[in-house]
Every structure is written in C-alpha cells, then in structure tokens.
Design a protein around this ligand. Sequence first.
Ligand code: MG
Length: 445
Amino acid sequence: MKSLIVSPSGVRGIVGEDLVPEVVMRFARAFGKLMDKGKIVVGSDTRTSNEMFKYAAFSGLLSMGCKVVDLDICPTPSIQLMVKQLRAQGGIVITGSHNPVEWNALKFIRSDGIFLYPEEGKKLLKIYENSIPQVGWDKIGTIFRDDSAIDNHLRKILEVVDKEKIRKKKFKVVLDACNGAGALISPLLLNELGCKVIKINCTPNGIFPHPPEPIPSNLGQLCTVVKSEGADVGFAHDADADRLAIVSEKGEALPEDYTLLLATRFILKKSKGLVVTNVCATQALDEVAQEFGCEVIRTKVGDVWVSRLMREKGAVIGGEGNGGVIIPQINYARDGIAAIALLLEYLAQENKPVSQLADNLPQYFMVKKKLKASLASFTKVEQRFKKKFGKEKLSFLDGIKVMKKEGWVHIRMSGTEPIIRVIAEAKSELEAEKLAQWAIERIRE
Ligand code: MG
C-alpha cells in the first residue's frame, strides 16, 4: 500500500495499485455501519474506474442492509444536495476530483449534505480497521436508481439567481468541463440562463484532455477559444465540478482565488454578513469584506471546516482559494456550477467586462514553495516558532501562520505527502518571495 492515503476526510489512491475494489467495498461496509444501515446515496465523476468502484461500493452497502440510491455520474455538489433532498442517512462520492486521471477517491457525506466531520471520519476509520459483521440473507439491502440529481440541482440554482437579468445579456460563454461530471449540468444551466454556449471537453468520458486541476497553466485551450470566439467569459471545472476557474474576455486565466473574491464582492453587495475561508486564503478577501464592513473568519485547511463553521455562524458566503465557492442558500458544499450562475449575475449587474472586475480587486501576490520534511521535523519547527515569537504575530490554527507588516507566511505539513508547504502573500511579488525565503531559513535553522 504505497499510494493509499487514508484520512478522516476519505480515502484516495492510484487505481489498480492500491485503490482496488476490495478497499472500496470495505470502506462502504464501514460507512454502512457508521450510518446504521440507512438510505445511502452513491454517485461518481466520469473516471474510467468509477463503474468498477461503484459496484464494489454497492456490494459493501448491500451487505450491511443499506437502501442504496444510485445516482450514477453526477457532480459532487449535486450528490451532496441529493443526500438532503432524499433525506438519506448519508452519501458516498467516488471522485478523484482535481487529481490526475490515474487517481481516484471516496468521500463520505453526512445527512445534512456536508462531508463527514473529522471526528466522524475517525470513527469510520476505526470501524474499517476492525471486523465488520454483515447481515444475513433475509436482511440484504436494496438498490434504486434515481436520475433526478441534475434537475434538482439546476432547479435549486435557478431559484437563487436573477434569471431574467442574466438572460437579457445573452452572454457568450465558453465552458471547459475537462470531460468530467460538470459536462452533464453546466451546459444546461448556461442554456437556461440564455447564454450562447461553446462547449469544449464536454464529453463525460473521464478521458481528461489536460490535467483536471483548473489552474491557469491547465487552461490554455480555454483561453485560446475564448479569444478566438470573442466570448464574454470562459469557465472551467475540475472532474467533479465543485471548483470553478474563470477566463476573462481577453483570453486570460484569472488566478484561482479570484472566483471566491468576485463571488464574495457580489454577495456582500446584495446582503452583508459573515465570510468564512481557510487560514491560507488571500488577504484580498478581508479587504473585499471590509469594503462592506463585514468580517472574515478563518478555519483550518479543508472544505469541511469551512462548511461547518459557515453553518454554525450563519455566514452568507465562504469557500477556498482554489475556486471552491460555498453558497449557503444552495448548500454548505463547494459548488462550481452555482458559482457560474452567481458570476453571470454579477457580470449582468455591473455591466463591465470580466477583466475590469478582476482589475478592481485588491491586488496581492502569493508564492508557494515545498520543502522535503517529515512530520517529526515539522513538530520541531512548530515548537521553535512557539518559543521564539510572541503570540500576537502568530497563529497555530493549522500549521504556523506568521503575520508581518508586509504580508503573511503560512507553514504547514502536507496531509498527503512528506513535504512542508510554505505559502507567502504580500503586495508585491518580491516581498512575497522574501517572506517565503525568510520562512524557509527559519525552518532550516
Ligand atoms: Mg473537485
């Protein structure tokens, strides 16, 4: 088991190497036990391994006496919403999300549509590691097929945006779904919103034409098509469409975190309230919130922490810097599809090109570095920082965050690789680079 990464937020690995049907079936059985044999919704992105894993998950759930609802291929946010809609006990999503094609993973959903809280994930792992007795012949579960997840999600999104305002603009939009699950829903949404849609990579076959992480370096084709078609905007999803990236009318990919920044500016303009994001999202979000006299609260890294705190505190918007926007009116889930509708309404309202809306955002530069390290060495680094600095400059919410006059730097042990990640942000690239170097020197001391 080399690549298998088991954590309270799920399990992932390289298909056929160590993420194999036996592992999926056992996790499904453990989840069936955790959820006390209730109704469990199962769906997947488009990866070629998903049929194989889907039936393994079904087998595991049936052996525990669960009522399985098969949603087949669906975006992750559509599956999360269906768990709530069907009043299911929980859900399993089979998706490698933004990871390369050879990877796949399982994520587990609570009855409220949010991913398992870490303490529940730990319970699941404990069940997984011990023997899991299955039911007898007369208590085996059942399977129902349900094809309403996409319609249900679309309906919900169309309820919360001003459709007429968007339709009047007749936007020309290029969509790159990376042949993932977003191909099944986002073109329908754009049609409903009166857009002229140019689809690229919208065959939901799981053969990714470029790496599925929607970061600027993977969006070359989308940028080219936006420009050549003279489109108003380009949108890109990862394989399960919980993330959204934006390309301006000039054919330039916006930095990943602009999706949340633009969505936040739009929402706060409509209704003031609390914003929630993780500890290493851009400082620009605080500036956007301050324009409206609103506050940003930060959580540990991981969307479940953000969703959870948003619900507890009644936030109006939240998400992560990777293009994951959470809109509570829809669900406490990162939703790249709903984010499209929101951004189109913003464009319609402001009547300005995307590039101008982007230029009007507070400008920051972020640099990201990696250092090889073990968990033991990271703990030593953390202890050293705790000793050396006063509390006012530091946060140990998740790793180490040092706030300095010129910006901030965040140092954190990766949850998935033996590396320390260093992220620094400042008003200029040079200052951000200097901050990162400062942190790296302190780590190596
Ligand atoms: Mg994803």
